[in-house]
Design a protein around this ligand. Structure first.
Ligand code: NAD
Length: 453
């Protein structure tokens, strides 16, 4: 069997490694750098900046821990050098793995010729295979408002490469990307203002978590203006920017040195010539079924390009799902239990159903909450801000058991120290249909943050 994979982001390269490992002849085509958005201009470089920011904040407050560290400052050039070094190191690692597994790597931009053949620019060489997996990812969207193309108006990709910390930063969009950059640059010393269109930040997260995280970011000096519709962006003669917005019929302006546009991402379908392969798509992305198969039976689409869930790990597991389907292999992957995290300070993370989703679906549930301020390890770390909420389904309860203890755990939402790591345990619990009673019988060592669960 032969497979062509278009796009070497986490979805594409992991699927290529898996396919080659199963003895399938695998061609991986990439027009940019191996590693895609995640490794080159997304998850990894931002996490490097997050760590620098966290280190800086910790040292600034180290006096209360009995550590003397006066006159701390940030060397942003060094921050950026570290980020570049980390990205390079990880990219080399992936390139090495692809070589070791004997994946055929083709540099260039692929477009479909038919449902089994692609042509790769610039020289137009054609490659054919039994199956084609499209994993071309997504790109940052820009608001179609006047001034969105001005010099200081940046996407997350451009923001990662700036050479100095802006004195004032206006972030448009309080989604995952907007909040992570806001948190990082507030730590580096920028005066950050966020303009969000919806009533609450992180519209897709648990409302309770979002509200508390907003308050927490506010305490760190980040100004968050919700229900704000950006009207236009203007440039002053000195190069600084003014962002005009409308809120409840009143206009306002945020003065800023840089503006980050973080209002979502759009699927990379342009130039793929999908029509010639009978692959249907919409503004959201390529249409796929539960096995990631497109409207053309020999073509699959995984990751951001299908618009289902724009997360690196979603792309990886959608790739496994697609490959298993191609190989006729049944698997235990449940794509509906997908953890996600926001790397703000403190972090926030979520898996499974939110309360709002339970209400929408008519699911009976109860919520159980605990707070990091009551967790010994969090108190010692000096990171007591945050809480954990577990959602338990109460439908179909065993009548022998009373109330909460017999229901299945169906959701978990955390904000607080290391919540992105803590949620992993609940992902295992939820995907294996664990009940609250079963979970309560599992021992957590003391003193650990995991006890908050
Ligand atoms: P998003 O969809 O998460 O958030 C965009 C935000 O912009 C929303 O809150 C939306 O209401 C707001 N918005 C839209 N139009 C607006 C307007 N006119 N004015 C003000 N606000 C407006 O998108 P994102 O943060 O750009 O992230 C893109 C994708 O990348 C997401 O799917 C995200 O999950 C993924 N991502 C994930 C991570 C992570 O898991 N840590 C990190 C980065 C990106």
């Amino acid at each position: 069997m032969k497979i062509i994979i278009i796009g070497a982001g986490p979805g594409g390269y992991e699927t290529a490694l898996l396919a080659a490992g199963r003895g399938i002849e695998t061609i991986l085509i990439e027009s940019g750098e191996v590693g895609g958005t995640c490794l080159n201009e997304g998850c990894i470089p931002t996490k490097s900046l997050c760590r620098s920011a966290e280190m800086f904040e910790n040292i600034k407050k180290s006096g209360e821990f009995g550590v003397n560290a006066d006159n701390v400052s940030i060397d942003f050039r060094r921050v950026q050098e570290r980020k570049t070094q980390i990205v390079g190191q990880l990219r080399n690692g992936v390139e090495g793995l692809l070589r070791n597994r004997l994946v055929t790597f083709v540099a260039g931009k692929a477009s479909m010729v038919d449902s089994h053949t692609v042509s790769v620019a610039p020289d137009g060489t054609e490659y054919s295979a039994d199956y084609i997996i499209i994993a071309t990812g997504s790109s940052a969207a820009r608001l179609p408002v006047e001034g969105c193309g001005l010099n200081g108006v940046l996407t997350s990709k451009e923001m990662l490469d700036i050479d100095a910390v802006p004195e004032r930063l206006c972030v448009i969009g309080a989604g995952v990307i907007g909040l992570e950059f806001a948190s990082v640059f507030a730590a580096f010393g920028s005066k950050v203002t966020i303009l969000e269109y919806c009533r609450e930040i992180l519209p897709r997260f648990d409302g309770d978590l979002a509200k508390r995280l907003r308050q927490s970011l506010g305490r760190r000096g980040i100004e968050i203006i919700t229900q704000a519709a950006v009207q236009k962006i203007r440039e002053n003669p000195d190069g600084s920017l003014e962002v005009d917005y409308l809120r409840k019929e009143k206009s306002g302006t945020v003065a800023s040195d840089k503006v980050l546009m973080a209002v979502g991402r759009k699927a990379n379908v342009e130039g793929l010539n999908l029509e010639s392969a009978g692959v249907e798509y919409s503004a959201k992305g390529i249409r796929v079924d539960a096995d990631m198969r497109t409207t053309s039976p020999s073509v699959y689409a995984i990751g951001d390009v299908n618009g289902i869930m724009m997360l690196a790990h979603a792309a990886v597991f959608q790739g496994k799902k697609a490959l298993d389907h191609i190989c006729g292999k049944t698997d235990m992957i449940d794509l509906s239990v997908m953890p996600s995290a926001v790397f703000t300070m403190p972090e926030a993370a979520s898996v499974g159903l939110t309360e709002d989703e339970c209400k929408e679906k008519g699911i009976q549930y109860i919520c159980l909450k605990s707070f990091f301020r009551a967790n010994g390890k969090a108190v010692c770390l000096g990171e007591t801000d945050g809480f954990c909420k577990i959602v338990v389904g109460t439908e179909g309860l065993d009548s022998e058991n009373s109330g909460e203890s017999s229901g299945r755990i169906i959701g978990c939402h955390i904000y607080g120290p290391h919540s992105a790591d803590l949620v992993a345990e609940m992902t295992a619990v939820i995907s294996r249909h664990t009940t609250l009673e079963e979970f309560r019988a599992i021992i957590h060592s003391h003193p650990t943050l995991g006890e908050v669960l």
